[in-house]
Each structure stands twice: as C-alpha cells, then as structure tokens.
Design a protein around this ligand. Structure first.
Ligand code: FAD
Ligand code: DHB
Length: 393
C-alpha cells in the first residue's frame, strides 16, 4: 500500500491531522491499536482554548461543539476559605469552552469515516521503519491479524506518551523531564454541576478541581499521592474529601452516583526535536504536561495545525522550509505551556509538611487575585495564545 502520510494513533492529534490534510488534498492512512468504542469513551480532557474551538469550527467540526460546548468566561480560584472569580473576557479578551475530548474524538471519527478515510482500529504490532530514507514504512497487523505495509512520504507519530514512534528515534532525542509527588483522582458523576464555571481549589488536604461535562454531569478531580491506588478510594471517601476541599459558607456541593473513577499520574516531559528525518512527532507522543493548566489536548491541536501546514507545503509544492521549522515552531508554545502547567501545578497542590512552601503558594494566589498584571498573565496563558498558522482552507 502507498500513502502520502502514515499516521500512527487515532487520538485527537492523529485524527485531526488526517482531517486537516484531507482538506488540503493530502491523503493519509490512520492506524490505531484500540477499538473505536474505546477511543470514543476514554475520559480525559474537557477544556478547549479559544484557538482550538476556532480551528475546529474552521474545518467543519463545529456542529455538535456549538450545540454541546459551554463557553466559559473565567474560572474561580479558591484558597484560605475564599473563592475569587477571574474574568477572562475582561482580563484577556478571550474565553475557553468546556467540551469533552470524547466528543471531539467522536466528531473526528465520524467526519473521517464519512469522507472515506482509511482509518483502521484494533491494529497490532505497529512499527515505523526507514524514517531516515525518502520512503518511510509503516507496518502493522490489521484487526483480522493480516500483516500490512504502507509506504509513505512522511510518518506522523501521534501515538501518545506510550506509543512506538518516539522510542523508535529515542537515540536522536533530548528529553527534559520533571516528576511530581502527587497524582489526580478523576471522577465522572451523574449530578448537575454545583458551579457555573470551573473551581480550582487550594486546600491543606490537597488540591481539588470542579469541572463540568453538561447540565447533568460533573467532572471532579482530587489531588492524591503519586502511588495511591483507586481501591483506597470508595465513593464515600471521594465525596467526603471533595466536600472538605471545596467547603464554603452558603455554598453546597451536590453529590450523585459516580459513573467512572481513575487515578492519573502527573509529569512534565518534552522530547526534542519533534522531527527526525521523515518521522514527525505530535501531541502527547512528544510532550506531556500535568493537567492543572488544561493544556495537553490544546497543545496536541496546535502541533497538528503547524504540522498540517508543513506537510502541505512539502508534499504539494516541495517547499521543505515549514517542515524544517516544525520542531522549533511547536516547541516555543510547548515550553510556554510546560511553564504554565508547572506553575499552576506548583501553586495549587499542597503538602502539609511544607509550611514554607504553603505560605509561598498563598502569597502567590493572593497576588494573582489582587494584581491585575498577575491575573491577566494567568488569563492570557489559560485561554491560550493564537495559533501560529492560519487555517489551510
Ligand atoms: P492520545 O490521546 O494519547 O492518543 C494517542 C493514540 O495512539 C491513542 O488512541 C492510542 O491508543 C494510540 N496508540 C498508542 N500506541 C499505538 C500503537 N503502537 N499503534 C497504534 N496506535 C497507538 N488536555 C487539555 O488540553 N485540557 C484538559 O482539560 C485536559 N485534562 C486532562 C485530564 C486528564 C485526567 C488527562 C489524563 C489528560 C488531560 N489532558 C487535558 C491531556 C489530553 O487528554 C492529552 O494531551 C491528549 O489526549 C493528547 O492527544 P494525543 O492525540 O496526542 O494522544
Ligand atoms: C478539565 C481538566 C483539566 O485538567 C483542567 O485543568 C480543567 C478541566 C476537565 O477534564 O474538564
């Protein structure tokens, strides 16, 4: 088989890349080792930067997003028993939108299949080879177990943090990494949100986040120990901790049945460069941020917007300039978001044994809610910078 771009991974990065390339007449093959139902149900991100929303709309993916997405003009920061609102419209002239990653993946899968895209789920034994030549090769076994080989012009490694593409070029990469001594326990609960906008809460017993999935579904997160086990967290204990960490006189956190719960580790990780020969890495395959700044999905979208431009220039007109600049262009945004995610994480996650650290956090939070410069800096970073490339169509 022959294609222009072989794409490994049908997460947001891989699916969106194939969609953007198709809009500019570039063909691709997407292979994914999980099933369609698995990728469409995997609970992850929920918060989109304005530039992510604008891009999805520009490429015909705005229908369900406009019906189901909820635009938010700010967030609440809670600490020391006070809750403060940051108004992003006023501070940064931008907004964010709550729309679950599961819905974006569903929209993208439907759009790709409707367009006749070759999108293969449940593949196995994926390998990438020959990325140092003009004809890189993607090999895998399809869902029926038949060995397949796709000769490509370029391979895009969009296979997430645990994929095969980054390891294939590991000896060409420099890795910068930071671990954190805590993790997030996330739940999806069948209960109307108790808040109109997200609440980020600093509390001596640990950070908590109240997010939203719709009029009757809430998404909530708790800081837990890095090595904690979900078996230690019966639903009663989760609600008890959420009640303590969000407590505020005159305000009630409504409880409901917990539909899903899981613990996610936290790390910062950046691999560079993001291009080695004819293998281009994008999204979580190249970098990971802790979730506190809500940047991971948005960074994956930004990478792919830049990558689509670079591949269209290269494969349609032979102009390799944008592909040569790909890594540098993306890494500027990646490092800015890596800083922001680290900063939000460090400011909000608590350690009762560290009184000095706790006082620094409270001083920082106090500055964020009292200084316009500090709150505007948070608002600008949270709502995100414009993308460095215009839409292709
Ligand atoms: P992935 O979504 O990981 O997709 C990679 C795909 O490749 C997967 O489908 C995988 O099955 C497939 N794959 C792997 N190996 C192979 C192989 N060998 N062959 C074929 N296919 C393979 N980000 C935000 O922007 N905002 C948020 O609010 C936010 N909240 C988050 C909350 C949580 C709890 C978590 C865990 C993450 C959150 N993120 C958030 C991060 C965001 O979910 C990720 O950054 C995003 O999924 C990255 O997309 P991706 O396509 O690069 O990678
Ligand atoms: C969500 C996740 C985040 O990491 C975040 O910072 C905000 C919202 C969410 O899943 O809704």
């Amino acid at each position: 088989m022959r294609t222009q771009v072989g794409i490994v991974g049908a997460g947001p990065a891989g699916l969106l890349l194939s969609h953007l390339l198709a809009a500019a007449g570039i063909e691709s093959v997407v292979v994914e080792n999980r099933s369609r139902s698995y990728v469409e149900a995997r609970q992850r991100a929920g918060l989109l930067e304005q530039s992510t929303v604008d891009l999805l709309r520009a490429y015909g993916l705005g229908d369900r997003l406009d019906r189901g997405g909820i635009e938010h003009g700010g967030v609440y920061l809670q600490f020391a028993g006070e809750r403060h609102h940051l108004d992003f419209r006023e501070l940064a002239g931008r907004t964010v939108t709550v729309y679950a990653q599961t819905e974006i993946v569903k929209d993208l899968v439907a759009a790709r299949l409707a367009a006749g895209q070759q999108l293969e789920f449940e593949v196995s034994q994926t390998t990438v080879d020959g990325w140092w030549t003009d004809r890189p090769v993607l090999r895998y076994r399809d869902a029926g177990g038949t060995a397949r080989e796709v000769v490509c012009d370029v391979i895009a490694g969009c296979d997430g943090f645990h994929g095969v593409c980054r390891p294939a070029v590991a000896d060409r990469l420099t890795v910068s990494e930071r671990g954190y001594p805590y993790a997030w326990l996330g739940i999806l609960a069948d209960v109307p949100p108790s808040t109109d906008e997200l609440i980020y809460a600093h509390h001596p017993e640990g950070f908590a986040l109240h997010s939203i999935r719709g009029p009757r579904v809430s998404r909530l997160y708790l800081q837990v120990a890095a090595d904690d086990d979900i078996a230690n967290w019966p639903d009663d204990r989760i609600w008890e901790q959420l009640q303590r960490r969000f407590a505020l006189p005159g305000w009630t956190l409504e409880q409901g049945p917990v539909r899903e719960k899981a613990i996610t580790p936290m790390r910062s990780f950046v691999a560079s460069p993001m291009r080695v020969g004819r293998l281009m890495l994008a999204g979580d395959a190249a970098h990971i941020v802790p979730p506190t700044g809500a940047k991971g999905l948005n960074l994956a979208v930004a990478d792919v917007a830049v990558l689509a431009h670079a591949l269209v220039a290269w494969l349609s007109t032979g102009d390799t300039g944008p592909a040569e600049a790909y890594s540098q262009t993306c890494l500027a945004r990646v490092w800015r978001c890596t800083w922001f995610s680290w900063w939000m994480t460090s400011m909000l996650h608590t350690n009762p044994a560290d009184e000095f650290g706790t006082q620094l956090q409270l001083a920082q939070l106090r500055q964020v809610v009292t200084s316009r410069a500090a709150s505007a800096a948070l608002a600008e970073n949270y709502t995100g910078a414009p993308l460095p490339v215009p839409p292709l169509v």
